[in-house]
Design a protein. Sequence first.
Length: 308
Amino acid sequence: MQKRTPDPHSSVGNARVAGAAPFLISERPTPSTPRKRRVDRRSAPALAARNGPCDPALRVGLELGRAMLSRLMTHVEAAYAAPTAEDASVAFFAAMEDFGASYLQTRLYRRPPAILTSASHWAAGGFITRLAPVDWPGSPAFDYICFECNPLLGAIRENRTSYRFSDFAPHDDAQYGAYWEALSEANIDDALCATSYGADGVIASLHLGFRRRDFGPNERFAIHMAGLALTERLMSLTSPPPTTVVRLTRRERDSLALVAEGKTDWEISVILGIAEATVRFHVDNARRKLGAVNRAQAVARLVNQRLI
């Protein structure tokens, strides 16, 4: 086990376009010769697909989305090339130091058959790598967050694939003051986590701690997706390859690729020129084919299988 302390280091709004409603385009009438208005009956997605998004915020969002997917692939590349789960974990942490990562723990274990408690969760074992201050594991602070106060069990009960420590232990909640004080001994001001769920109760998890908590939505999304790609990789390194090849339609693959860029269903419908309901249909079909619990895991699984 390797132990170390590293050096510190758009969505568019909820606007909706009713695709069935026509866009009204009028010409300026003159007092003597009023002109009839022309109606363009094409849907909003079809118009946007032809002409490109006219909203500057949407155009910027699309560029940020493409950058996010590129960032994801760049930061998991070394982990994908690693021959073992431990090497993959170490390579991933090295890449994430650029984001200010200060702590890493990876696990691959089976969900406890008994009631999920701090003790049963710990007893499930499967620890792959923990990169932390040498004297922190086994310290009173470490034991406190593992056995006495572990709010993260809620994430497993809810089958969460991406979350932050602060989602379950808010910084401004006084009852978690001792919890955050204990984590500070490992230079953790917050942590971004990723969890993959496989067959027979297998769980691969990543806890990635940071010295900061000021993550923008695009950065947080990119790190979470990169983390999910890692946990999918950890599963594939320790499981036999699938006996059947997953075959996605072009629309299913394109829709998931845009989900990977952080697009909403509405944005995807604009880009592909299809209805929102059709986007949801394609994404859900792809998720089921890939055996994922949600669309985020479906994207990570697609990346891990080199399908995008």
